[in-house]
Design a protein around this ligand. Structure first.
Ligand SMILES: Nc1ncnc2c1ncn2[C@@H]1O[C@H](COP(=O)(O)OP(=O)(O)O)[C@@H](O)[C@H]1O
Ligand SMILES: O=C(O)[C@H](O)C(=O)COP(=O)(O)O
Length: 424
């Protein structure tokens, strides 16, 4: 395996989002869950996205796991490694974007890292270092209410500087408009000033193509799917990649029952769960009872078992910001988050034991807990359901499954029904 590009992602939905973008841009891409064993047989690929559940764990653990993934990718020929973070920069002042970036930049021997979460296809743009979600700054978007890492500052130069050991500069839109050489020159100038990272403005895909050309010869960068697009197009321009990569992995239908799980409390997922109620049986978990020790998993599996032969079901813990805050105030943010992730993972295991082979999961941390509980180790990329959300086919599982790991904020109101129709 001689990779054109290696990526380390800090959550599983973000990994599949990036893998989808790279595939559409012509790179045969595999998503692995964690770092594969050295003797693990993997299909030929131009790019590998190693998915870690490292966004909300202690920074030192995130650094160690990311370094292990980076070493694995370099050993398989990846000259450039991109650290994939959330397009809404999901993180806290404790990290983990800053600490992981610092470690991977140093390991790559680069003086400075270009950083941009811009992803125009889903309405994420960066202007003068400020991240916009659609037309509003990050701190005025629904991300201000995220259960684990509420985003309350849109200025990413400030946000990253609070997390990183190094100084952070800006590559503004005027520089990007002057092209790849101007960006590369600005990056070098910032490095000479002692900056160790640079937030780069990007509003359109064309800006990301400029950024990709400017840094593809470097060894390391930090971004979301938009930067992945820029890097992939730079590689394609150099003759790397495969023309018919998109959606090539679907293979034969997997059959079996279908189900949806929602742990995301994002505004998009709340709308999608509400819309699903007109399409399939929906169980809204009583999270207060769950935290109080009730057998929410058993009740959910009984609900599902009675209905799965007739069609798909949806089981959701998703709740409004007010309800989330009330539960967190009573039990603590981490206790609540981990308990609900664990419950949804146990429900997923029970659903598979009852014949589910097509599973849609909404939420990054939720997807991580579910995929880990199911012991899934790698995915091949199928067609895109919605921007940033592909169908994934398990690789290496005796009985293949199809999954869709939906980033909380992605997809339209009809997402669950659309996903199930495409996974039939
Ligand atoms: N009703 C709820 N109250 C509080 N926290 C919740 C609730 N439902 C889910 N959560 C937690 O909120 C977090 C959602 O994160 P995640 O799954 O990454 O979604 P997103 O993709 O929207 O960020 C998880 O830790 C999950 O366990
Ligand atoms: O928004 C993105 O870049 C990714 O899809 C992502 O990281 C989303 O994370 P989430 O926790 O699933 O919202």
């Amino acid at each position: 395996m001689s990779l054109a590009l290696g990526c380390v992602a800090d959550d599983y939905t973000g990994a599949s989002d990036l893998a989808n973008t790279l595939t559409k841009a012509g790179l045969r891409t595999i998503q692995t869950i964690g770092v594969p064993e050295d003797d693990r047989a993997l299909p030929e690929a131009d790019a590998v996205v190693v998915a870690l559940k490292s966004r909300s764990i202690p920074a030192d653990e995130a650094v160690a796991r990311s370094r292990e993934a980076e070493r694995w990718l370099r050993a398989r020929g990846a000259a450039h490694v991109m650290f994939k973070v959330c397009s809404t920069f999901d993180s806290t002042d404790a990290g983990n974007i800053g600490p992981v970036m610092d470690a991977l930049r140093a390991a790559a021997g680069e003086r400075i890292a270009l950083v941009t979460p811009a992803f125009p296809e889903t309405g994420r743009s960066v202007y003068q270092g400020n991240l916009f979600v659609g037309s509003v700054p990050l701190n005025e978007s629904p991300l201000k209410d995220h259960p684990l890492n509420p985003m309350r500052d849109a200025n990413l130069v400030r946000v990253l500087a609070r997390q990183s050991a190094g100084a952070v500069g800006l590559i503004d839109t005027a520089t990007v408009a002057r092209g790849a050489e101007a960006v590369a020159a600005r990056l070098d100038a910032l490095a000479e000033e002692g900056k160790r990272a640079a937030i780069a403005d990007a509003i359109f895909d064309s800006d990301l193509e400029v950024l990709g050309r400017a840094i593809i010869a470097k060894k390391f960068s930090v971004g979301a799917s938009g930067l992945g697009l820029g890097l992939a197009r730079a590689l394609a321009a150099d003759g790397r990649g495969t023309r018919d990569a998109a959606g090539a992995a679907m293979g034969e239908p997997v059959g079996g029952a279908a189900a949806c799980l929602a742990g995301s409390c994002s505004q998009a997922t709340l709308q999608q769960v509400a819309a699903a109620e007109a399409q399939m049986p929906v169980l809204r978990l009583d999270t207060a009872a769950l935290l109080a020790g009730a057998d929410a998993v058993g009740e959910a599996l009984a609900f599902a078992e009675a209905r799965l032969t007739a069609g798909p079901v949806l089981i959701a813990s998703s709740a409004t910001p007010e309800a989330v805050r009330a539960l967190q105030a009573e039990h603590g943010v981490d206790t609540v988050g981990h308990a609900i992730e664990a419950a949804l993972a146990a429900i997923a295991e029970g659903l598979v034991a009852r014949g589910v082979r097509r599973l849609v999961v909404a939420g990054g941390e939720t997807s991580g807990a579910v995929v880990d509980r199911l012991g899934l180790r790698a995915f091949l990329l199928g067609p895109e359901i919605a921007a940033g959300v592909p169908i994934l086919r398990t690789a290496g599982r005796p009985e293949p499954m199809l999954l869709a790991l939906k980033s909380g904020n992605f997809g339209g109101p009809d997402f669950f029904g659309r996903a199930l129709d495409m996974m039939a």
